[in-house]
Design a binder for this molecule. Sequence first.
Ligand SMILES: Nc1ncnc2c1ncn2[C@@H]1O[C@H](COP(=O)(O)OP(=O)(O)OP(=O)(O)O)[C@@H](O)[C@H]1O
Ligand SMILES: [Mg+2]
Length: 462
Amino acid sequence: MTPFLEQEPMEQKVVLVVEDDPTVGESIRLLLKKRGYGILLASNGKEALSLFRQETVDLVITDLIMPKMDGIELLGEVKHLRPETEVIVISAQGTIEKAVQAMKLGAFDFIEKPINPRVISLVVERALEKQTLVLQNRDLRSKLEDKFHLKNIIGRSEKMVKVFELIQHIAPYDSSVLILGESGTGKELIANAIHYHSPRASMPFIKVSCASLSEGIIESELFGHEKGSFTGAVASRKGRFEMAHQGTLFLDEVEDIPLSTQIKLLRVLQEGEFERVGGNKTLQVDIRLIAASNRDLQEEVKNGRFREDLYYRLNVVNLKLAPLRERKEDIPFLVNFFIDKFNQKYNMKTKGISQRAMNLLVGYEWSGNVRELENTIESLLVINSPEVIDLPHLPQEIREYQEKPELISFKIGTPLEEVEKELMTQTLKATKGNKRRAAQLLGINVRTIHRKMEGKDEPLPT
Ligand SMILES: Nc1ncnc2c1ncn2[C@@H]1O[C@H](COP(=O)(O)OP(=O)(O)OP(=O)(O)O)[C@@H](O)[C@H]1O
Ligand SMILES: [Mg+2]
């Protein structure tokens, strides 16, 4: 056998067989051993229980009538100690009622005496299969919960600390949340965190990327449709609102919802009611809505691209995520977090990063925000597997990046008035229209800016 094909040996499942009749016990033991299970034998409940406490047991098969401790009592103890253990009971003539009682108390199934080898093998297989699924599911859930735990959302800056406080404060309530922030600032991560910290955590979190849905299909996507309601609707289908019932609906890129759909959305938010496309039955849902946008939604309202009433419905709680350039103090924590994350993912042993490399990462302008930083760390780890990350491992554009002061040049002899006006216009551009900040940079009064910019030919940059 080539070493590449070698597989981990399957973990052997252990079955505890409890039976006071030694011939029956022995025959079950031989049968299951042949099928590859590990077997423990006990002749009464008491003995079984002490074995169960000491060993790792995946499945219990128990007789019902036994001296000292009977099968029902044992079932109760096992379920109490380790609820994920499946229990199969064996019923003999006259114990059928007890077997039914056992099922009610959480036994997986019962098999009747005399024992049929095919039946017992099948029931054992099914019980273990169910157990694996339950355990996998639990594992997945706890992984999800862990991923969106606040401790895995990194940020020590005052801005992020405020975000964490707000999340904890609002998560328990059903109020709508509007998350605003540039691309890659963590909007989706935060939306998930709110859901997983809310009482709706065990119910679905359903995401709709509004930008990827054309005007024609967005309504059927959101509200579902009935069969035959439009060409191509060959079967009726649930919409995302229905899927998110009792959970959270996350409308990502909400600014891209067409105006005609916005009015319908407003109705669902106000009344909790809607109809499927082509349907006449009114459906009711109970959802919490979280919306996200990387645009200035208020501006969209001013421009008539977004309904004002809908904006206020969504904006009950407003959560703004600052871009990384406004919270550079978070960068070292994020870098170390991502090193740990990819060390684990790729089974690497990178110990950390040199101070000078860290300084460059902190100084760099991450236009793609946290996502870009994360991708950079991932690829430099994968490409170099460095023991310690240092300058040569960084991508060229980061090594060569320097904060360049923006320059304006004037011909000698340019009238001072023109110079002044151009300087103000460019400074305002750099501050994205923030007059107070521009005045600060220029060392003048805000009113001076207002006055000097009045009556100008070009509109103020916004
Ligand atoms: N504070 C943070 N701590 C840890 N990881 C973060 C943080 N913020 C963002 N990330 C990671 O950065 C990536 C981008 O985050 P996310 O998808 O939530 O951003 P977004 O704002 O929804 O972006 P877009 O507008 O592009 O959809 C994800 O892999 C996310 O896990
Ligand atoms: Mg997103």
